[in-house]
Design a protein around this ligand. Structure first.
Ligand code: ASP
Length: 477
């Protein structure tokens, strides 16, 4: 009798469920030690921590571990101590004390490292072999155009859905602005569009590899693949075979790593749940309406708009496609990184949906880097939420500016956790809103990131299927 296999997505779902229970059973506590005091002291100039605060913390060395809220209350019970949201985060991060979670969090760390390890070789091999297999410049141009049209259309649809909902629900009206405190906006996030475009061409391709400059790597890989098709037959066949074989090896490594996904997900999610335990009230309470608006728009886009594209453009059953993508979507949810999920996305799109490597190898790495529907939608809602909270009434022109900048920002955001958060500063600047507004949405960003990343990956996979169908490929879904 054939043994029934427990499918990987069920394993991941089970791991997710157990991780939530584990994380909730062991919420983070906070303990001040002399080591944590030293670390906090080193952060004092970055976060404006006063000497009074540092001596209060020294006084607390040896106290019992406390929950996040009680810990902050104890610190603030000293005279003259009032912490901003940013300062709270800094001391909370450095005083984390959670032995039960640290016993298992290493699984998540190893899994994430393994996923990151394969990203660059996988992108390189898949794009080079994909393009070399496409053959002519005409084919490449046609595929490229279709892919870009899909990305622009789906992201714009997502932003419009977000804007509609945020204008209807108006979650920012009446929000207490003092609640957020101040936040440091890192300056490296404010890449203008011009910089982003100029940086696509790497000065040194090895620097691009070591610094994970995805757009540059993709650009180089496209050039390399394209010019393989322009050399003499003997070398062309040799190089095409070489990169096809390299790609197969990378996929085998990926499939091996995928076997460990349930363990990785368990470690990652349990740690995040334990981390967020103090924030749950924020998620449900003060920022509840904001979170609901973001989630409603994400779900609307993912279960209505994208399936309509699948059904009517690709003539594919959205439900079968969703079933094929479950493992990748759950991994996107758990890692909050489309780049880290890329290997699983490719595996599912090729092996479960039946899209050829020629198309998935080209569209998916590109999509993981520039196509972010969830992020685009999120940026638009966040900007409008901040405007509402500060009492600005944005007219049609400003909302159109938001649509355009949100689109550009989502293209420029990296596929890593929380990349979208600080990119909001670009939109706020474009429509003259206070950057300090970012502090308002900071507490719930990490959780919402899990959802928007899943939507990003879902849209990439829909794009690959739509382009494959339009090229006349026979799919398994
Ligand atoms: N975490 C998202 C992604 O990897 C990007 C974002 O922060 O919105 O797709």
């Amino acid at each position: 009798m054939k043994k029934k296999k427990f499918a990987i997505h069920w394993q991941i779902l089970l791991a997710l469920f157990l991780a939530v229970i584990y994380g909730m059973s062991f919420p983070n506590k906070h303990l001040v030690t002399s080591a944590s005091c030293k670390k906090i002291e080193n952060l004092s100039s970055e976060h404006n921590l006063s000497d009074d605060l540092l001596s209060v913390l020294e006084n607390m060395i040896g106290n019992n571990p406390e929950t996040e809220n009680n810990f902050i209350k104890s610190v603030e019970s000293y005279p003259n101590i009032k912490l901003t949201e940013d300062q709270k985060r800094a001391i909370i991060n450095e005083t984390k004390y959670n032995p039960p979670v640290s016993y298992i969090s290493w699984m998540g760390i190893i899994f994430l490292k393994a996923l990151k390890m394969v990203i660059i070789p996988l992108i390189l091999m898949s794009i080079i072999s994909g393009i070399a297999n496409i053959g002519s410049a005409g084919n490449l141009g046609r595929l490229g155009l279709k892919t870009i049209i899909y990305y622009l259309t789906s992201s714009t649809a997502a932003i419009v859905a977000g804007l509609l909902l945020v204008n209807i629900i108006r979650p920012g009206i009446g929000v207490d602005r003092s609640y957020g405190g101040s936040v440091e906006i890192p300056d490296h996030t404010g890449h203008s569009l011009k910089d982003t475009l100029l940086n696509i061409i790497p000065e040194n391709i090895f620097t691009a590899f070591t610094e994970n400059q995805m757009l540059s790597i993709i650009f180089f890989a496209i050039l390399f693949g394209f010019f393989i098709t322009r050399i003499n037959t003997k070398s062309r066949i040799f190089l095409t075979d070489l990169f096809n074989s390299g790609f197969e090896v990378m996929m085998k490594i990926t499939m091996f790593i995928i076997l460990f996904t349930p363990f990785g997900v368990f470690g990652l999610v349990a740690e995040k749940v334990a981390d967020q335990s103090g924030q749950i009230m924020n998620f449900l309470g003060i920022l509840g309406m904001y979170s609901i608006t973001v989630l409603a728009a994400l779900f609307f886009h993912a279960i209505i708009i994208l399936p309509i594209f699948l059904k009517f453009i690709a003539k594919v059953d959205p439900w079968s496609h969703f079933n094929a993508m479950k493992a990748a979507l759950l991994t996107a949810f758990s890692t909050s990184s489309s780049a880290a999920t890329l290997s699983l996305t490719m595996e599912s799109v090729e092996h479960k949906c039946g899209v050829s490597n020629k198309i998935s190898g080209f569209t998916l790495p590109l999509g993981a880097t520039i196509n972010m529907d969830g992020t685009a939608l999120y940026e638009a809602i966040a900007a409008l939420f901040i405007a509402q909270a500060y009492g600005y009434d944005l007219g049609l022109t400003e909302q159109i500016i938001i649509v355009v900048t949100a689109l550009l920002v989502s293209i420029g955001a990296a596929g890593i956790p929380m990349a979208g958060l600080f990119m909001i500063s670009i939109i706020l600047t474009a429509v003259d809103l206070p950057l300090a507004g970012i502090a308002l949405i900071l507490p719930v960003d990490r959780v919402l990131d899990m959802f928007r990343t899943s939507v990003n990956v879902w849209s990439d996979s829909c794009g690959a299927v739509i382009v494959a169908k339009s090229e006349g490929e026979k799919l398994k879904i």
